[in-house]
Design a protein around this ligand. Structure first.
Ligand code: NAP
Length: 305
């Protein structure tokens, strides 16, 4: 039998991956927080993926973190702020040749996870697929996209990419995954916090072009100083293109705030500001943006980290 996929976190992306792998006949196990979540899941009978308006349910088997089965392949599908502690609980179950695929947005959580499991291979992912939960154990496939996967330490692609082909998960093995993650982080820093502070759709930032341009200039300096010149290339142009192409959308951070959910700020703008400090780079507008955003979140009663 082929190696099972253990999926940690049955939220939007975890469900999107688990259901497509199960549909392709690949063995999948969900790892849920605790016995109460497991009981709730089992009472529901499976995970539902809604694609093109059509729901389909898959009875993917589930377990709690203390289940005895060894783990060889782990898809980490928690939020960035949960990933390290969730993986730490599973460390005793990891086989000597275990591989982890980290789906978290931003940067910082991947290194924290890798430090917890130094013997495992950690593969970083950057995805443009979009999904959201419209009920417990039920996810809507909202935006078709692509997932880039890569391992900055070992450029050889893993054999299980075949499973992704079989599951029709569009993907590409990337030899510059850090560049992709930095580029996405920079786009996020230039757009998402301002959409929260101005309470607008992405297109609303066309009224704040100077503010966006100033941030892009600082982010370009940062990327270059961090040894990521390719991620800095034409950043402002791409930010403007994204703002135009997604003008009608609310950013993911804006959606988190609207739904009173914790944001991933520490792994996005927070990570950028920390990197700037480490490199003794003075980026006043980026720091001011971080302070304004933290104050705004705290005023709303949301965590500032
Ligand atoms: P999500 O819907 O909130 O799902 C996260 C899941 O992790 C939840 O089901 C949560 O469980 C579970 N979890 C947290 N701690 C756990 C633990 N200790 N043990 C077991 N399960 C645990 O998040 P998401 O939207 O899928 O996002 C995951 C990551 O992908 C984020 O970094 C996000 O930025 C990135 N991403 C998301 C999308 C998207 O379209 N959604 C696109 C690109 C990138 P409960 O259900 O019990 O709370």
């Amino acid at each position: 039998m082929s190696t099972p996929w253990h999926v940690l976190g049955a939220g939007s992306l975890g469900t999107l991956w688990a259901t497509r792998l199960a549909r392709a006949g690949r063995p999948v196990r969900l790892i849920l927080r605790d016995a109460a979540r497991l009981r709730d899941y089992e009472a529901t009978g499976g995970l539902t993926l809604v694609e093109h308006g059509e729901p389909a349910t898959w009875a993917v088997p589930a377990q709690t973190p203390d289940h005895p089965e060894p783990i060889r392949r782990l898809l980490v599908a928690c939020k960035a702020y949960d990933a390290e502690s969730a993986v730490a609980r599973l460390a005793p179950r990891l086989a000597p040749d275990a591989e982890l695929i980290l789906l978290q947005n931003g940067l910082g959580s991947q290194e924290a996870v890798a430090a917890r499991v130094p013997h495992a291979r950690c593969i970083f992912a950057s995805s443009t697929e979009g999904a959201f939960r419209d009920g417990d154990w039920r996810v809507v496939f909202a935006g078709h996209g692509y997932t880039w996967l890569g391992d900055a330490a070992h450029p050889v692609a893993p054999i299980w990419l075949d499973d992704l082909c079989a599951a029709k998960i569009p993907h590409e093995w990337s030899t510059d995954i850090l560049t992709r993650l930095w580029r996405k982080l920079a786009l996020n820093c230039a757009i998402n916090p301002l959409t929260v502070l101005h309470d607008c759709r992405n297109g609303g930032l066309q009224q704040h072009a100077c503010e966006v341009a100033t941030l892009c200039a600082e982010l370009t300096d940062l990327l270059e100083r961090c040894g990521q010149p390719a991620a800095a290339d034409n950043l402002q142009q791409e930010v403007e293109r994204v703002i135009q192409a997604t003008a009608a959308n609310f950013s993911s951070m804006h959606q988190d705030v609207t739904n009173r959910r914790r944001t991933e700020i520490s792994y996005l703008l927070g990570h950028a500001c920390k990197a700037a400090e480490r490199h003794r780079l003075n980026l006043p507008h980026l720091h001011q943006l971080q302070q304004r955003l933290i104050t705004h979140l705290q005023r709303l009663g949301l965590p500032g980290d």
